[in-house]
Write a protein that binds this ligand. Structure first.
Ligand code: F6R
Length: 260
């Protein structure tokens, strides 16, 4: 696990570098796309680079991490619509190249099974962008989630619903209670995971992710078992890391050619 402590702008550029580099060597790459506020800087940077002719997604595929259950098709906070607005429509993904779990399916269990099969058929995710919840969730794998879980229905914690109320006019009652999410084992199948977190509200979760014991109480800690994870944090999110000085000096001495 590599930890990079830098400004939000620098972190977004680093993640965009990794995605641009991947697409240069593998134009058909499969990207794992997170929603929420954490990846927005990355999406802005990718859109800018696409506009400048520096990167193309024309042959790439995208798989979303998760989706609310039951939000109407046209709801702006339905994650399918959020991803369309924040990244898919701003670059040159082919029509249908970005998929997400179907939170409006009549048979949600079958939808989860289909989604796992679609990821497998696409060859698996090459690079997964992740955020992290203040309670340590990744995707919507809340505390207590099986570390071996696959895409399934989950119930959001009240903490997550309160955190996400800002997207629903500050009204927690509008935040759905249920979601479909890639499981922790699904996320762990990605070949490279880039997790980005900013702000003091994420500091405890980042401390557990990097320095805590692996436990379903802090689901992100399963990433300690992954061979290629890049944790990108700003100074506030890094503020509880005991090893912050070590991570800073390690990154300062890193050869420029190495990338994430
Ligand atoms: C979003 C997702 C969530 C968020 C997390 C952090 O697809 O899966 O795990 O990444 O809730 O959200 P933000 O980035 O809004 O703080």
């Amino acid at each position: 696990m590599e930890v990079v402590i830098a400004t939000a702008g620098e972190l977004a550029a680093l993640a965009a570098d990794a995605i641009q580099g991947l697409l240069a060597t593998k134009p058909t790459a499969v990207l794992g796309l997170a929603t929420g506020s954490s990846p927005l800087g990355i999406y802005d940077e990718l859109a800018r680079r696409y506009g400048a002719g520096e990167v193309s997604f024309a042959q790439a595929r995208g798989f979303m991490l998760d989706e609310y259950v039951g939000l109407p098709a046209e709801h702006p906070e339905r994650y399918r619509n959020v991803i369309e607005t924040e990244i898919a429509s701003r670059v040159d993904f082919a029509p249908g190249a970005v998929q997400g779990p179907d939170g409006l399916a009549t048979d949600l269990v079958a939808a989860c099974t289909r989604y796992e099969a679609a990821i497998t058929e696409a060859g698996g995710v090459d690079l997964q962008i992740l955020g992290i919840g203040s309670d340590g969730h990744v995707g919507f794998n809340e505390p207590g989630s099986s570390l071996a879980s696959r895409t399934r229905i989950k119930t959001l914690t009240e903490q997550t619903r309160a955190d996400n109320a800002r997207f629903f006019d500050g009204d927690v009652d509008q935040v759905p209670r249920h979601c479909l999410t890639q499981g922790l084992a699904t996320i762990m199948s990605a070949r490279h995971i880039v997790l980005i977190a900013t702000g003091r509200a994420k500091a405890e979760a980042i401390h557990h992710l990097v320095e805590g014991s692996v436990s379903a109480m802090w689901p992100a800690t399963i990433l300690q078992h992954h061979p290629h994870v890049s944790v990108l944090v700003d100074p506030a999110a890094a503020s509880r890391l005991q090893l912050a000085d070590y991570f800073r000096s390690t990154y300062a001495a890193k050869p420029a050619w190495q990338g994430l």
